[in-house]
Design a protein. Structure first.
Length: 195
């Protein structure tokens, strides 16, 4: 039986980005978990710029078994004037830069295009175009892959903690399925899992 971890740490994603901890804090917690669960693969999750822009991240990354990263082109200032070609190119280029600082497997844990609000110019067609092209440009391998973000729309998300100031209504619309669990357009083109 493994011992319980004794920590006051409040786990979650985007610890550094959200100003809820430092790289040093993360490294300490990684070492503590590794000591108590030596066979458990460990990773942390931050937006790509946190890894690329902070040299302190390198010591933390060296203590992980794989990288979890968020690469959201939707938050870039050029997003609305771009196309699926630009958005996917951005993800591929960021992945190439990350590969330059991290030799172990990389999983893009969060990327995507929200489907709303429509008043902000988002649509299901945009989401589908992004994921269709990303699947072509970044096919999964043992060294790199992308997850779909996220399964279902979450209407409460605009009120959740967000480290970026301002109103974020798009946070409610990232799902591949809507709030009522109806599949969105993107589901028509996703490869089906073998039975």
């Amino acid at each position: 039986m493994r011992p319980k971890l004794r920590t006051r740490w409040r786990p979650g994603a985007e610890i550094v980005f959200g100003n809820r901890g430092t790289w040093s804090d993360l490294l300490g917690h990684l070492h503590a978990v590794r000591a108590q669960a030596p066979g458990l693969p460990l990773a942390i999750s931050e937006p790509f710029a946190e890894y690329l822009d902070h040299l302190e991240s390198r010591s933390v990354l060296s203590a992980t078994d794989f990288m979890l990263v968020n690469i959201h082109p939707v938050f870039e200032p050029w997003f609305k004037s771009g196309t699926a070609n630009n958005w996917t190119d951005f993800v591929v280029r960021v992945m190439a830069r990350l590969k330059g600082i991290y030799a172990r497997p990389i999983l893009v844990k969060e990327t995507g295009v929200p489907t709303g609000p429509t008043s902000a110019g988002f649509s299901e067609a945009m989401q589908r175009a992004f994921y269709d092209l990303l699947a072509q440009r970044l096919p999964p391998s043992r060294k790199r892959a992308c997850a779909y973000f996220t399964a279902f729309d979450q209407p409460w998300r605009p009120g959740d903690f967000n480290p970026t100031p301002g109103v974020h209504p798009e946070e409610a619309f990232w799902g591949l399925f809507g709030e009522t669990r109806a599949p969105k357009l993107v589901m028509n083109s996703l490869a089906k899992l073998p039975r």
